[in-house]
Structures are given as structure tokens and as C-alpha cells.
Design a protein around this ligand. Structure first.
Ligand SMILES: [Zn+2]
Length: 309
């Protein structure tokens, strides 16, 4: 969850589109009729519309080494090819599941060859499609241990200023803690616990071979406040200390390449275009993670001060 829906607290349920109807203009038009009908009785929900880019299709593009972008235009999903199948990081929104499947196939990977789905955090905009993608691929789902209950119930934990946005529940095959390794073939990803945005928010790191030395790749979990209640959050009392530790820890990581779940934080789509035009260094940016962390810290402190007033 990144942006703040301007609504009173509400409960919304994100479900995948009906089979066969995913993403077509017809089903969109029909669902719009449905939304308008609901809006007539509950007009506040209209203000909660997500940015259109979140569900806008994006052609997959190579990033570096084995990593390919397979997300929508506005929410990232990353595919990592290994000698023993592929790893998917995040699923994006439930309604994007068909789009992500098509992107995986267009990237040259059969759905059944996706062996692992790693989750950054249990919010509808990143984990909503995981249940459908797990069914389509047979992959094992791996997530931060403190997000397992949220993923398995489809109910995010903690208190926010926008209520609860549910998403389709997905079984988690493995809950990971800080420093745990996930291995597929000769590829290893390391989980770094970065709680705050959600209790199980997990940053994933890996190296890709390069000369004269391997490149450090960091997939940072969100550290934005994004409507989280920082003061008096009974469902997540340690939230402020967690945010502070996570922001500090991210500041210690070295990253040659930063691949966040909200692609605009690292200009991922624009870099992809440069890469497509032949610039093989488009994603190399060692100054980027410190910049993102510094900005997040300023935003966090400002939000905390505002909420404490
Ligand atoms: Zn989020």
C-alpha cells in the first residue's frame, strides 16, 4: 500500500476477476456498472480508486542478469530465472493475476517452471494475485513470518486511516526471518526483515555475477507510512520502533541495483526503456538506495510528528 485512499474507514474485498473474463473491456465495463451501483449506496468507496497505472499492462523487459520485470506499469513483479526454474517476487493486485501470468510466459518461462513466489509484504496491491498465481504455477510461497497470518487470512494486520483492504488469502509454505536464505538452483536470495509498513515486510537481496565483482541487487520492502497508524496502534504496538530499525538497516545495505515494489521509486520503467535502447548500465545506481532511505526517513518523521499532534 503506497498511496492514501481519501476515504472513511471501510472494508473492501479484492477478488480475482471471473474465469475467462479477466481484463477484457467487457468485464471492465460490467464491473464499472457494479462499482457505480455500489457507489450509489456507499459513495465514499469511489474516492478509494487505485492509480490506473497499477492495473495498466506493461510489456515485460530485462533488467540485469537473470531478472526480468513482469509487473504492471505501476506495481512491480520481478521474475528471476535460474537453472532449476524461476522465482517470482510479488504478485501485484488480484485483478492483475492474468496479466502477470501472460508476462511470465512472454518472458520465456512456463508457468509450471515458476517454483517460488516470494512476497515483500501482505498488502492487496502486492500480494493480491499470489493465491491465483500459486494455483496457476504450483509454486511454493515464501514470506516474512510475521506476515504469514495476514497472507493466509487475506486480512492485513495493524490499524490504518483507510480501514482494512482485504485480498484473496494464500497458503504460505515457508515463513522466513531476518537472514534466512532461499535457494533455487545456484541462485540464493536472502531475506532481510524490514518490519513497519507491515510486521512481516521483507526486503530480498541477491547477487548477480559480474566482472570485476558480483552486483548487489536489493528488492526493498516499502518503508512508507501509507496510512499506517503510528500512534496508539493497538494491533501493532511496536510499529514506530520497527520502522526506525528497518529504515536504519536499509541504510546499511549496499545496492548496485534497487528494485522496489513501487517501480516509480527507482524509475524502473524509464530505466527499462533505456535498457531496451541498448544502455546495459541503465539499472546501475549505487546512490539510489541511500536516496530512497533518506527520503523515507524524512517522510516518516514528518508523518509521526503530524500523528503525534
Ligand atoms: Zn504496502
Amino acid at each position: 500500500m503506497q498511496t492514501l485512499p481519501l476515504t472513511a474507514p471501510s472494508v473492501r474485498l479484492r477478488l480475482p476477476p471471473p474465469p475467462g473474463g479477466g481484463g477484457s473491456l467487457g468485464s471492465r465495463a460490467k464491473s464499472l456498472v457494479g462499482v457505480l451501483a455500489i457507489a450509489a449506496s456507499a459513495p465514499l468507496l469511489l474516492g478509494a480508486a487505485d492509480p490506473p497505472a497499477w492495473t495498466r499492462p506493461q510489456a515485460p523487459f530485462p533488467i540485469a542478469g537473470p531478472i526480468t520485470y513482469v509487473g504492471s506499469e505501476g506495481i512491480a513483479a520481478y521474475l528471476i530465472k535460474t537453472g532449476a526454474g524461476a522465482i517470482l517476487i510479488d504478485g501485484t493486485l488480484a485483478e492483475n493475476a492474468g496479466m502477470i501470468e501472460r508476462n511470465i510466459v512472454a518472458a520465456g518461462v512456463r508457468l509450471r517452471d515458476v517454483k517460488l513466489i516470494l512476497v515483500t509484504h501482505a498488502h492487496f496491491d502486492h500480494a493480491g494475485a499470489v493465491a491465483t498465481l500459486k494455483r496457476a504455477t504450483g509454486a511454493q510461497v515464501v514470506a516474512g513470518v510475521r506476515d504469514v497470518r495476514a497472507l493466509e487470512t487475506g486480512v492485513p494486520q495493524g490499524e490504518t486511516n483507510y480501514g482494512v483492504i482485504r485480498f484473496p488469502a494464500a497458503h504460505v509454505d515457508r515463513g522466513v526471518r531476518d537472514g534466512d536464505k532461499v535457494v533455487l538452483g545456484t541462485t540464493t536470495l536472502t531475506a532481510r526483515a524490514t518490519p513497519g509498513h507491515t510486521p512481516g515486510c521483507t526486503t530480498w537481496t541477491m547477487q548477480i555475477p559480474d566482472k570485476p565483482r558480483p552486483l548487489d541487487v536489493v528488492f526493498p520492502c516499502s518503508v512508507s507510512v501509507a496510512g499506517n497508524r503510528l500512534v496508539g496502534n493497538r494491533a501493532y504496538p511496536g510499529i514506530v520502533a520497527d520502522y526506525r530499525r528497518s529504515i536504519a538497516m536499509l541504510g546499511t545495505l549496499h545496492a548496485d541495483i534497487v528494485l522496489p515494489s513501487h517501480p516509480e521509486l527507482a524509475d524502473v520503467i524509464a530505466r527499462g526503456k533505456r535498457r531496451g535502447a541498448g544502455d546495459t548500465t541503465a539499472f546501475l545506481d549505487r546512490a539510489l538506495l541511500p536516496k530512497i532511505v533518506a527520503k523515507a526517513k524524512v517522510a516518516f518523521d514528518a508523518d509521526l510528528a503530524r500523528q503525534a499532534r
